[in-house]
Design a protein around this ligand. Structure first.
Ligand code: BGP
Length: 477
């Protein structure tokens, strides 16, 4: 018997820049992604191109811009209740600082959302998912500049007013904590990470936090029945040993993540960070109303991504280093890892859900989770091309079983959107071959492929999970 609530929001997630392509169509301006051919890993090595280059797979993505009707139909076939995507900011405001929006961009999302609603699929929209307009990066150094707050709010007002009857679930910034590690990808900050001080980073973050709170206010005014969440990169950390020093190090490391949920949920900077600022001589420039804005506009729910966990220690010895997209720690000898070295830890999801719920008592939403793996297209028994992705089914099943246990523990969980429900270009390495989808897309790292879609074995598995509201999950350990 399943413990998932009746109205549980089952679905999948993508981001505009990783699937839409059509980077120059419909009046779209460039975004930071159009100059990041090697993704976050490339940003770390300083690979940011002067303009779009042919090797950048995101320029064409999986051509979702032209094929969304076919794709949404496939999501509907799986029974999705919700579809998480982002709006490409530079489709609506091509340079980012215009006063008037680009009608063609707005019309595209009108028809995408209509297509979802036609099948009873609720859109869940990330307002900013690693795709700051390049104009804002070039002209203002991205979120380092407080002017970004006004540009973002103009964008928010435009999309809230336009889609108020179509979109009820909103996320303000994807993985807001990522700005500390990948400032160009996450916040359009042109100054390289090495040249940014902690003061600069926390100041940029402050601008985003205020913008997030103001967007929450605006959404509540324009869409009274809407719900706004923050979105946190859910780094789960264990002490490598029971040494109290490892436990304390882990607790402190944990705050790098929790800080962002703390401010969104409690409406103020916690004392631990104020003490840290004092110790480091960091002074955040605040507007006269900033504290009030944060206090009065906390989020309705907390959403997060969960892929893996890491360990931390003061004496790692010969423990190997590991991490996910933006996390860094040590290998846990009790868990396995993916082909990309991300540790597979379903029980860590139960732990994370409980930890967040105990701390905030707010509804939670898992908006990213999944296995990035190399898939092989084969002829199935029925003669149709497919992928026998039992490894993905095993991964997702195990995580959902643990999510269900968290619900039994008392956690209020609104929904689950697995990442990359259709294969797309990866964020960290900009590869196609790191696939997450229930739907295979014929596109290769060298840019070849027909872009044709194929249902994987996991497609049918997920369809069953949704149809039975989780009853069909395999709960044998
Ligand atoms: C998160 C991002 C996503 C996504 C995912 C998987 O950090 O929010 O955009 O891509 O990670 O990472 P990757 O694509 O690098 O495998």
């Amino acid at each position: 018997m399943s413990y998932f609530p009746k109205d549980f929001l089952w679905g999948g997630a993508v981001a505009a820049n990783q699937c839409e392509g059509a980077y120059q169509e419909g009046g779209k301006g460039l975004s930071v992604q159009d100059v990041l051919p090697q993704g976050i890993a490339g940003e770390r090595k300083g690979i940011i191109t002067d303009g779009p280059t042919k090797d950048n797979l995101k320029l064409e993505g999986i051509d979702f811009y032209h094929r969304y009707k076919e794709d949404v139909k496939l999501f509907a076939e799986m029974g999705f209740k919700v579809f998480r995507t982002s709006i490409a900011w530079s489709r609506i405001f091509p340079c980012g600082d215009e006063e008037e929006p680009n009608e063609e961009g707005l019309a595209f999302y009108d028809s995408l959302f209509d297509e979802c609603l036609k099948y009873g699929i609720q859109p869940l929209v990330t307002i900013s998912h690693y795709e700051t307009p390049l104009g804002l990066a070039d002209k203002y150094d991205g979120w380092r500049n407080p002017k970004l707050i006004d540009f973002y709010l103009n964008y928010c007002r435009t999309i809230f007013e336009r889609y108020k009857d179509k979109v009820k679930y909103w996320l303000t910034f994807n993985e807001i904590n990522s700005l500390m590690h990948a400032p160009f990808t996450s916040g359009g900050i042109r100054t390289p990470l090495a040249d940014l001080t902690e003061q600069d980073l926390y100041q940029a973050i402050h601008h985003e936090l205020v913008a997030s709170a103001m967007a929450t206010k605006l959404a509540h005014e324009i869409i009274p029945d809407g719900k706004v969440g923050c979105m946190i990169l859910g780094v789960t950390i264990y002490p490598l040993t029971p040494d109290p020093d490892d436990v304390i190090k882990t607790m402190l490391h944990d705050r790098d993540t929790l800080l962002f949920a703390d401010i969104h949920a409690r409406g103020k900077y916690p004392k631990y960070i104020k003490n840290y600022f004092e110790e480091k001589g960091i002074h955040i420039q605040m507007g006269p109303e900033d504290e009030k804005i944060l206090a009065e506009n906390t989020v309705d729910f907390i959403s997060f991504s969960y892929y893996s966990s890491i360990c931390d220690s003061v004496h790692p010895g010969d423990a190997k280093e590991t991490g996910g997209n933006l996390s860094h720690g040590y290998v846990n000898p009790y868990v396995k890892a993916t082909e990309w070295g991300w540790q597979i830890d379903p029980k860590g999801l139960r732990y994370t859900l409980n930890r967040l719920y105990d701390r905030y008592q707010l509804p939670l939403f898992i908006v990213e989770n999944g296995l990035g793996a190399v898939d092989k297209l084969v002829k199935g028994a029925d003669g149709e091309w497919t992928v026998e992705d039992d490894y993905r089914i095993e991964f997702l099943n195990a995580h959902l079983v643990e999510a269900e246990k968290a619900i039994r523990d008392g956690v209020e969980l609104m929904g689950y959107t697995s990442w990359g429900c259709i294969d797309l270009v990866s964020a960290s390495t900009a590869q196609m071959k790191k696939r997450y989808g229930y739907i295979y897309v014929d596109r290769n790292d060298d840019g070849t492929g027909t872009l044709k879609r194929y249902r994987k074995k996991s497609f049918y598995w997920y369809k069953d999970v949704i149809a039975t509201n989780g009853d069909s999950l395999d709960r044998t350990e």
